[in-house]
Design a protein around this ligand. Structure first.
Ligand code: AHG
Ligand code: MN
Ligand code: MN
Length: 335
């Protein structure tokens, strides 16, 4: 790419040339990107910025909050509440929805985020990220309620993540494929570094937390057993395994070179459909993956078709290279 295209220019062109995004959505995405830059700064400072360690509190899901979980959540709220583009926000780290305060104008969008994904990796200096999903507020009534957020992922108007790794990379879709932007720290701007991201249909790489094997359902066990059997087994090829324990980093690898990612239901907590959250983890990632030619299911159905029933709903996740996701889904449907 011989001409540098900033995120701002990319978004203006999406708005002007392709008519894909309204001005308010462009502003929203610029603001989210700015917040990610600020989070990236804190992540980079690490111990020097006093941002490591736990905060001594728990979120609504009973998980211990890290300092950076709370910092990232506050950065996203403060950046987004005053611009007039949002009606409300929801986050993994807040029990209920956050209404834009009355002193600011109200917009027509709803923003959801996992402010800091991969919290267990913060203190050990491994890649972490921010995941976000944007919906339109349903028309026809004033104010915003939690029900307004409960839309299937297929209704998202923008989704993305920012991974804080050796590079800080923002990955975005507005329904016209997937684009990647690398943060130029000297310039302070995100620069387009890949367009039309495509996930290969086949792969030899799978990602799952193998320590949960004894708790899995039969179809997941069957799939992984067949991968492990390698060239002597029914798949006739050797597989490699990766598990970063940050969904953003695992999905980023899959968007970059293919693979399959699974966080399935398991018997540890049989009443929960899975560990990951539908609205601000699975839905945005599922849309990105589909936009790059991959697939995403809960083992049986397309994730983007699922009707959420509550904000912090959990879901089983199988996503990545199309042929592998289809295989895992077929094993579930056959069982
Ligand atoms: P979060 O840090 O936002 O709670 O999300 C962590 C998620 C996800 O990023 C990752 O794939 C998974 O939890 C790792 O779980 P295990 O520790 O069970 O492997
Ligand atoms: Mn997460
Ligand atoms: Mn999180």
């Amino acid at each position: 790419m011989n001409q540098r295209i900033s995120l701002s220019r990319y978004l203006v062109e999406q708005q002007r040339v392709d008519g894909l995004i309204p001005a308010q959505l462009r502003l929203l995405l610029e603001v989210v990107a700015r917040a990610c830059k600020s989070i990236s700064q804190s992540v980079n400072k690490g111990a020097l910025g006093g941002v490591l360690g736990t905060a001594g509190s728990e979120n609504v899901q009973g998980e211990v909050q890290k300092k950076l979980d709370i910092i990232a959540n506050e950065v996203l709220i403060e950046a987004n509440e005053w611009g007039g583009h949002l009606a409300a926000m929801a986050s993994e780290e807040m029990d209920s929805i956050y209404l834009v305060p009355n002193r600011y104008p109200q917009g027509e969008y709803l923003l959801m985020f996992d402010p800091l994904d991969g919290s267990s990796n913060i203190d050990v200096n491994v890649s972490i990220g921010t995941i976000f999903s944007v919906l339109k507020k349903p028309e026809g009534h004033p104010g915003v309620t939690e029900e307004d957020f409960l839309q299937p992922g297929a209704q998202q108007v923008a989704a993305g993540y920012c991974v804080y790794g050796p590079q800080t990379t923002l990955v975005l879709t507005v329904g016209d494929g997937v684009a990647m932007f690398t943060l130029d720290r000297e310039m302070g701007s995100f620069v387009l570094t890949q367009e039309n991201v495509r996930i290969p249909e086949d792969t030899k790489e799978f990602a799952i937390n193998m320590s949960n094997m004894r708790h899995w359902d039969a179809p997941v066990k069957r799939y992984v057993d067949e991968c492990l059997a390698g060239v002597e087994g029914p798949r006739n090829k050797d597989f490699n395994m990766r598990w970063i324990a940050s969904m953003v980093a695992d999905v980023h690898r899959i968007l970059t070179r293919g693979g399959i990612f699974m966080y399935p239901w398991d018997k540890r907590e049989p009443n929960k459909p899975g560990k990951l959250r539908l609205m601000y983890e699975a839905n945005p990632m599922a849309w990105l993956v589909e936009q790059a030619g991959g697939a995403a299911t809960n083992g049986r159905e397309r994730i983007l078709n699922l009707q959420p029933t509550k904000l912090h709903e959990r879901v089983s996740v199988v996503l990545g290279s199309r042929n592998e996701v289809d295989r895992v889904t077929r094993y579930h449907l056959e069982a």
